[in-house]
Write a protein that binds this ligand. Structure first.
Ligand code: CU
Length: 254
């Protein structure tokens, strides 16, 4: 009777964790991969935590009045069970984590930057204390919010990265002075900005929206002001943004 009740409780709580998952739309495949892994590990972690707590409470209540500890008897079946169960759990965690950590949208190790014509390549240069965002292949340079006239960009301040939705995006990150770090939490993007070195990350944009970026490496007194924004817009808007920027820079140089 006791066992059935315990089983029901664990099954109910385990079922509840299924609803913890983030079903919300994701800004990028990188965020999607990371959040999915987080959810999967929760499905394992929450039931194990509950199981351990239930055993702990049961043991405390049941044996609190025991005078003397009795030696445990060998139970081979139990030992084999927990060894195999642990191995299965570790295997699941290992395989699930490897699938995400080795994905190129999470850890980009390729040599080629923006190999396809539809890919977007952004050069993000950090310096004390701001960012300079350039599009080396598009002849568009040093974007600040004032340059960008997009409906979605309302209220956006500081440097911006404008990206089309549903495209492969490569961001090359470097620094002009000390170590900084590019971080866009909602999109699951983070990369160190190291002077004299360029680190490239890759992602695939999904939903349109404005996502806040930060410098994630303490770099001096105005570190906290190193904001930037990533604005993901429909592909048509991105094309008109590029032609506007090109026209502006052509006028400026004329
Ligand atoms: Cu910084």
């Amino acid at each position: 009777m006791k066992g059935t009740r315990l089983g029901t409780l664990l099954a109910t709580l385990g079922g509840l964790t299924l609803f913890v998952g983030t079903a919300a739309a994701q800004p990028s495949t990188t965020a999607e991969l990371i959040n999915q892994l987080n959810d999967r590990l929760l499905y394992i972690g929450v039931p194990i935590t509950l199981l351990v707590e239930v055993i702990l409470i049961y043991t405390v209540l049941n044996f609190k009045d025991a005078d003397e500890a009795k030696p445990t008897r060998e139970n081979r079946r139990l030992e084999i069970t927990w060894t195999v169960a642990t191995a299965i759990i570790l295997l699941f965690v290992g395989v699930a984590s490897y699938g995400v950590l080795a994905h190129e949208d999470v850890t980009y190790t390729g040599d080629e930057i923006a190999p396809n014509e539809s890919d977007v390549h952004v050069q993000a240069d950090a310096y004390q204390w701001n960012w300079e965002m350039n599009y080396p292949e598009e002849n568009v340079s040093a974007l600040t919010a004032g340059d960008v006239e997009l409906a979605q960009a309302d209220g956006v301040e500081g440097p911006v990265i404008v990206l089309p939705a549903d495209r492969d995006v490569y961001i090359s990150v470097t620094s002009q002075d000390v170590i900084h770090a590019l971080h866009v939490p909602d999109m699951g993007l983070k990369q160190d900005a190291v002077p004299g070195q360029t680190n490239t990350i890759k992602t695939h944009t999904l939903d349109t929206g404005v996502y806040q970026g930060y410098c994630a490496e303490y770099c001096g007194v105005a570190h906290s002001q190193m904001y930037f924004s990533v604005v993901v817009v429909p592909q048509d808007d991105y094309q008109s943004f590029l032609s506007n920027q090109n026209a502006t820079s052509a006028n400026a140089s004329a």
